[in-house]
Design a binder for this molecule. Structure first.
Ligand code: HEC
Length: 110
């Protein structure tokens, strides 16, 4: 191999890197700030504070109207399975709030 060829290879590599093309351009996008408001009621603040640390409050508002047993199971799942740091007293208040505002008094139906 001639000396000139050896020099050409790294030069071509550098040229290739420098012209990496527009697909490498970093774009920035502005995400909208979506904040879900829960319905007014006793326990709203606690629910908003303790249930929005891992996910949006949409998770609550998107549910069908659930009976108390199901809200209890959901809140317990968040605590026991997901590791939500919510004490028993707060959990009861949140379950009460959810059943009142997003629940149904009729156990069997949604
Ligand atoms: C420690 C993090 C964490 C906290 C705090 C938390 N959640 Fe969740 N939640 C999750 C995760 C993770 C999922 C997704 C579970 C899945 O996909 O199976 C979820 C899913 C849900 C869902 C969807 C249905 C379901 O059962 O998966 C509801 C409803 C919900 N959460 C309600 C709540 C409520 C109410 C609170 C407050 C008491 C709460 N979450 C607090 C982590 C959390």
């Amino acid at each position: 191999m001639k000396k000139r060829t050896l020099l050409t290879i790294p030069l071509l590599l550098i040229a290739g890197l420098a012209s990496a093309g527009p697909q490498d351009t970093v774009h920035s996008i502005a995400l909208p700030t979506i904040r879900t408001e829960l319905k007014a009621g006793e326990g709203k603040e606690k629910t908003e504070t303790l249930c929005a640390t891992c996910h949006s409050l949409d998770y609550i508002t998107m549910q069908p109207r659930l009976p108390v047993a199901q809200w209890t199971a959901t809140v317990n799942k968040m605590i026991k399975v997901m590791g939500a740091p919510i004490n028993e007293d707060d959990a009861q208040k949140i379950i009460g709030y959810l059943t009142m505002q997003y629940g149904t008094q009729n156990e069997g139906r949604r």
